[in-house]
Design a binder for this molecule. Structure first.
Ligand code: DHB
Length: 390
């Protein structure tokens, strides 16, 4: 097979790029090792920045407008006391609750309807000639071997990216930070507990009350990274959530827990995000801890930049934009790394902190100084709803 752009990975990032390239008349093929059903069933992020919604809607993928929920603010709950951050009033912007699975399903359906070449369930994938004309070898779901030759290769193959490890060590720099806690994530069959998300800080640790539908809710609480989901009963889970969130007349609406998962906390960046004709994007190039809801939004923003860069290259032959893609993407990646790290330390208790009393009193002082200040709340709102594209 010969194509212009080979894309490794059919997650939301890879499919977004494939869809944008197709609309611009640029030929592309996507190679993915997982099945479509497996990706669709993987429970991931829930919050889209307004800019992510715009990218989808402007490209004609607009289910989010009918099935998503616009959130004009969020609540920070500190020791059971609520403080609203009014995104819309403070910045004019908002976010949308629309699960990553739905973003994937919408893009996958649209690629299928448009006759896109998306190969799910591939095996034996390998990539060659990153500095020249890249090629991808793979075996498709029917067991047939292929060589895919392309001019550009995009590594959108997720946090365990194979592509990024094909860049020689001397040509890449990696940054890594691990945190001494994790999130215990659940799905529960219960009505919404509140109209907006709740980010809760308490002496018992962090909790996040998010949503999925009228009858299914998503919640998280800070736990030990070695926690085993199977060891936790529903009652133990609700006990932790109640301790961290309930109070002052507010009570979570509880129900059966239908899914349990432990999510590790990591910050990772590989730079540059280009090596010859290989371009990295999304989790393949960077992961953030989930507290700031930035992972999926960064991936979609990478694809906005990468699409514009490749479009300009294929239409005019100019390398000006592809040459600056990595720097422009990393500008936002590091803002999001910083914000995700900061939201994490602002809201979590740190079990390895030896000076526990000082840490807690200082953290409460930090929260008061931010939440009592309109400019403090505006700063949180500005970062959370997303920075302008440069
Ligand atoms: C969700 C996940 C996040 O990491 C976050 O910050 C907000 C919401 C979610 O899964 O709904």
């Amino acid at each position: 097979i010969t194509t212009q752009v080979a894309i490794m990975g059919a997650g939301p990032a890879g499919l977004m790029l494939s869809h944008l390239l197709h609309q611009a008349g640029i030929d592309n093929t996507v190679v993915e090792i997982r099945s479509r059903a497996e990706i669709s069933a993987t429970i991931r992020a829930g919050i889209l920045e307004a800019g992510s919604v715009d990218l989808l809607v402007q490209s004609g993928v607009d289910n989010v407008l009918r099935n998503g929920h616009e959130h004009e603010g969020t609540e920070f709950r500190v020791n059971g006391e609520g403080h609203r951050i009014d995104f819309k009033g403070l910045t004019g912007s908002s976010v949308w609750l629309y699960p990553q699975n739905d973003v994937f399903d919408d893009l996958a359906a649209r690629r299928e309807a448009d006759g896109g070449d998306v190969r799910y369930s591939c095996s034996n994938t390998d990539v060659y000639d990153l500095l020249g004309k890249p090629s991808v070898f793979f075996t498709d779901s029917e067991g047939t071997d292929f060589e895919l030759r392309a001019e550009i290769l995009v590594g959108a193959d997720g946090s365990r990216s194979y592509c990024r490890r094909q860049v020689p060590e001397a040509s890449r720099k990696t940054y890594f930070n691990e945190y001494p806690f994790a999130w215990f994530g659940i799905l529960t069959e219960a009505p919404r507990s509140s109209p907006e998300l709740i980010y809760a800080n308490s002496e018992h640790g962090f909790a996040l009350i998010s949503q999925r539908t009228d009858t299914v809710q998503r919640m998280y609480f800070q736990c030990d990274p070695s926690a085993n989901p199977a060891d936790w009963t529903d009652e133990q889970i609700w006990e932790q959530l109640r301790l961290r969130v309930n109070g002052n007349g507010f009570e979570l609406k509880e129900g059966p827990v239908t899914d349990k998962v432990v999510l590790p906390f990591r910050s990772f960046v590989q730079a540059p995000m280009r090596h010859g004709n290989l371009f990295l994007a999304g989790d393949a190039a960077h992961t953030v801890p989930p507290t700031g809801a930035k992972g999926l939004n960064l991936a979609l923003h990478d694809m906005r930049l990468l699409f514009e860069s490749l479009d300009s290259y294929f239409k005019s032959g100019s390398t000006a934009l592809i040459d600056t893609y990595s720097d422009r993407a990393l500008d936002r990646v590091w803002k999001a790394q910083y914000f995700s790290y900061w939201m994490t330390t602002l809201l979590h208790t740190v079990p390895t902190e030896t000076n526990h009393e000082f840490f807690r009193a200082r953290q409460l002082g930090e929260l008061r100084s931010l939440l009592e200040s309109e400019r403090g709340r505006a700063y949180i709102a500005e970062c959370y709803t997303g920075w302008p594209t440069k």
